[in-house]
Ligand binder design. Structure first.
Ligand SMILES: O=C(O)c1ccccc1NCC(=O)[C@H](O)[C@H](O)COP(=O)(O)O
Length: 205
């Protein structure tokens, strides 16, 4: 089964359409004000309204107020959600949208038990842990801590690049891979060459 690709931290229409042209399956939009990839709900919904079909926009939050989540998802029925903070399953479920829950993995974590805490999630995103940095760290975690069989599709994230994504896919066999910093020219601005190479490397059988 081919590995799907989410390009995260989209901040402008040109990068969104470029990623779609190269085969991105999902685009991530960061609604966390401290991130250099932060985008307003209005700008994100303007981009989403111009996306081609068969690409999923993913709204990314870190322990956000319901008012912010609603301001984003009420702008389009296409939104899927990624909860990247300490959100409980009941909070994630309350928005009645398909969602992924991100887990920031540390050595010694019982990954299977953490995944099982979100039975209603459509997938679990496994990311690197860095104290004080909720995501977009650019750091890889030890993929060997990921059990071969888990109760949910896995989206692998954290420090992926065009140079390590093929190894990541072959070792972990995730449902999808996710990248933000590894395909950028600068924070929030994507490199077409890196995006093209990343997607090519991720989707090779
Ligand atoms: O991308 C961000 O700036 C970010 C900030 C705060 C919370 C989450 C964030 N990104 C979430 C993602 O899904 C990233 O793609 C993921 O953390 C991997 O980032 P990177 O290591 O830069 O590829």
């Amino acid at each position: 089964m081919r590995c799907r690709v989410k390009i995260c931290g989209i901040t402008n229409l040109d990068d969104a359409l470029m990623a779609c042209r190269h085969g991105a399956d999902a685009l991530g939009f960061v609604f966390y004000a401290k991130s250099p990839r932060y985008i307003t709900p209005e700008r994100a919904n303007a981009i989403v309204s111009q996306l081609p079909p068969f690409v999923t926009p993913v709204a990314l939050f870190v322990d956000a107020d319901a008012s912010l989540v609603d301001a984003v998802i009420n702008g389009s029925a296409r939104w899927s959600i990624q909860f990247h903070g300490n959100e409980s399953e009941s909070e994630c479920l309350s928005y009645q949208r398909p969602y992924m829950k991100a887990l920031r993995i540390q050595q010694g974590d019982n990954v299977a038990a953490l995944v099982d805490q979100y039975p209603s999630a459509s997938a679990m995103l496994l990311d690197a842990y860095k104290a004080g940095v909720p995501g977009g760290t650019g750091e890889v975690f030890d993929w060997s801590v990921i059990p071969a069989l888990l109760s949910k599709p896995i989206v692998l994230a954290g420090g992926l690049t065009p140079y390590n994504v093929q190894q990541a896919v072959q070792q972990v066999r995730p449902y999808a891979v996710d990248v933000s910093g590894g395909v950028e020219l600068s924070k929030g601005i994507k490199s077409e060459l890196k995006v093209r190479e990343f997607i090519s490397g991720a989707k090779c059988e």
